[in-house]
Ligand binder design. Structure first.
Ligand SMILES: CC(=O)N[C@H]1[C@@H](OP(=O)(O)OP(=O)(O)OC[C@H]2O[C@@H](n3ccc(=O)[nH]c3=O)[C@H](O)[C@@H]2O)O[C@H](CO)[C@@H](O)[C@@H]1O
Length: 372
């Protein structure tokens, strides 16, 4: 069995690709997998670390206006479809899978032109532009939220399948004790995990300065704040300047990025998160109550729609990014800190939404497409 898998740009497209690829490899013997991404996306860092064969094509995103940049983009895209055709002809995949991001466009289009079976996975409630266009060509669309179905036109019978979003198996297998040990988290207090998506979130980082000052030295709470690579140094500088001790026995841990996120999730009691679909799938699979601050500039405001699914179910509270202040966030955190029953109820509600089997379902769906 030979599979090409493509997805890129942010963690929210890359981790689903890696997870599906690993699940496929578990289900069939001697499976060869080739990952197609771009040189500039996070995939160029993450995918080789995971041990996959990785090749790149050049792709650009279209601007939402008429511009010379877009003319250049169209030429680049034509080139990337041709490059994808070459990659596919050489690798000869049985199935091609896409998990979103611009890079999927040419790869899945080329596969469809060459009559190779195709599946795309859409993580969000509101589908991305690439997947909306690809819906015309692909055999199956695996959606992460049931609510997403209505945003796709159905081009083939049984084309859309509600599977949930794939999460890494380690998210389920990691234990709280191991997470606490590896990350240096004290076991006797509520652990708050703060993550602004795979690239970090400036507004959350800014508010966190006030939160760290407020909870510094508080023995009922432990904070693990992941800033994103780009703002890490300045955030750590600001926090140290305000007199907070980050090394030693403090209750605040700051990291630029977690390569071991499943351990952090295992140790977390409550999360402050953006509303990226994969992050939310991980939170609900583990049943972690959350305070969500959707990224307001996500395409068609899709993070807000993702977040509202959890909020409507009683699994999360939502704070609009424009209304985010340290005072407001402190208030929400304290509400949870002082109400363990609310935390427990939200945890149950969150778990009800989790789909820990999604990766296996998607992998089986993809394998079922192989031509005899
Ligand atoms: C700005 C934007 O448009 N973001 C989109 C992007 O989000 P983004 O990549 O931020 O989002 P997600 O939250 O969906 O996924 C992040 C992934 O990275 C992992 N992670 C994150 C931080 C870290 O330090 N370590 C780590 O491993 C998380 O555990 C998760 O597996 O793709 C998602 C899925 O299509 C969308 O819903 C988001 O709206």
């Amino acid at each position: 069995m030979r599979i090409i898998i493509s997805g890129g740009g942010t963690g929210g497209h890359i981790y689903p690709a890696i997870t599906i690829a690993k699940e496929v490899a578990k289900l069939v013997n001697n499976c060869e997998i080739l990952f197609v991404g771009t040189k500039h996306g996070l995939e160029a860092d993450i995918v080789p670390k995971e041990g996959f064969n990785f090749t790149t094509i050049e792709v650009r995103g279209l601007e939402r206006k008429i511009s010379w940049q877009n003319v250049l983009t169209l030429f680049t895209t034509a080139g990337s479809v041709w490059r994808s055709v070459q990659i596919i002809r050489k690798f000869k995949p049985d199935v091609v899978i896409g998990t979103g991001g611009y890079v999927c466009g040419p790869v899945l289009l080329a596969a469809s032109l060459l009559k190779i079976p195709t599946l795309i996975q859409e993580q969000n409630v509101i589908p991305g532009i690439t997947n909306k266009i690809l819906a015309r060509f692909v055999d199956k669309i695996a959606v992460g939220y049931a609510e997403a179905e209505r945003y796709f036109k159905k081009y083939k019978p049984d084309q859309i399948v509600f599977t949930g979003n794939p999460i890494r198996p380690e998210v389920m297998s990691a234990t709280r004790e191991e997470g606490q040990k590896v990350l240096g988290i004290k076991p006797d207090r509520l652990t708050l995990l703060v993550v602004g998506g795979s690239r970090g979130a400036r507004s959350i980082n800014t508010a966190m300065l006030g939160i760290c000052k407020h909870f510094n030295g508080n023995e009922s709470i432990q904070i693990l704040h992941v800033t994103g690579q780009s703002e890490y140094n300045s955030i750590v500088g600001n926090i140290k300047q305000s007199g907070i001790e980050l090394s030693g026995d403090g209750n605040i841990i700051i990291k630029p990025y977690l390569y071991n996120m499943p351990l952090a999730l295992a140790a977390a009691d409550v999360a402050v998160f953006r509303a990226g679909a994969v992050g939310l799938a991980e939170l609900t699979a583990r049943g972690i109550p959350a305070i969500l601050i959707p990224y307001p500039y996500a395409a068609e405001n899709h993070q807000e729609f993702n977040a509202r699914v959890l909020e409507n179910h009683g699994a999360a509270m939502v704070i609009a990014d424009k209304e985010l202040t340290d005072v407001k966030l402190i208030h929400s955190i304290e509400t949870l800190l002082n109400n363990p029953q609310t935390v427990a109820n939200m945890a149950n509600k969150s778990r009800e939404l989790g789909r820990p089997q999604a990766a296996e379902t998607i992998a089986k769906l993809a394998l079922s497409l192989k031509k005899p």
